[in-house]
Design a binder for this molecule. Structure first.
Ligand SMILES: *Cc1c(COP(=O)(O)O)cnc(C)c1O
Length: 218
């Protein structure tokens, strides 16, 4: 099978999963955006995805994402940065990524040059080093972002390693309700990966980040 046929089949299967999850949750499929996570895969795969109607791609490393975004500048893609954001690379990330999902501390704010951003929430507080802030810290960081040139779009999280993702995504959903009450423009919930997109959609995800289910194992 050609790479293109393989990706097309995988994409149809995940779109079907998304559609079923939306039906179960009583939501419109149009309310969930698929972000194809293309880290470790070549630019040629992204060209195939673009041909198949994918408009949003996610990368998690500055250098790798930067190179692909430059090589594919002729395509009309929205580039999302979903990896942990190092201070010394933040400015460069903001040069190619339109949306940055992983803002988790105020020192990054002045480096991100009026990008659209999400606050990354750590749903696994027992596990250090995973990135993201505790839910109790969201309000303060949101206030700092709102006072800057950045556009606060919502919250992002990765499911916990050991606990039930549905329970964690429910916590995220509740935190998002509180956020959006103060910042009506912050409508996004970026949650759900290949293994847990159903749970994320059930709990309000507006953006799912899918890698392996579309492109294969890394
Ligand atoms: C790699 C990655 C994904 C995609 O995960 P898959 O299991 O391949 O779908 C989503 N979000 C983040 C933050 C990632 O690093």
């Amino acid at each position: 099978m050609s790479r293109s046929a393989q990706i097309q089949g995988n994409l149809a299967a995940v779109r079907e999963r998304m559609s079923r999850a939306c039906d179960l949750a009583g939501r419109d499929l149009e309310s969930v955006t698929l972000i194809a996570v293309t880290k470790t895969f070549p630019a040629s795969d992204i060209e195939i995805l673009a041909d198949l109607g994918v408009t949003d791609v996610g990368e998690s490393k500055e250098q790798e994402g930067h190179g692909k975004a430059e090589a594919l500048a002729h395509l009309e893609l929205t580039w999302h940065f979903i990896g942990q954001l190092q201070r010394n690379k933040a400015k460069r990330v903001a040069s190619w990524a339109r949306v940055i999902h992983s803002v988790d501390r105020a020192e990054l704010i002045p480096l991100l040059d009026s990008r659209e951003v999400l606050i990354q929430v750590n749903l696994d507080p027992e596990v250090p080093g995973r990135g993201g802030i505790h839910v109790e810290q969201i309000a303060r960081l949101a206030q700092q972002i709102a006072a800057s040139s950045l556009r606060l779009r919502g919250l992002m999280a990765v499911a916990p390693l050991e606990r039930d993702p549905a329970q964690a995504f429910a916590v995220l959903h509740q935190s998002h309700r509180e956020l959006v009450a103060t910042y009506p423009d912050a409508t996004w919930i970026s949650a759900g990966m290949s293994g847990d997109l159903e749970a994320a959609i059930a709990h309000g995800a507006t953006h799912v980040r899918l890698g392996a289910s579309i492109l294969g194992s890394r």
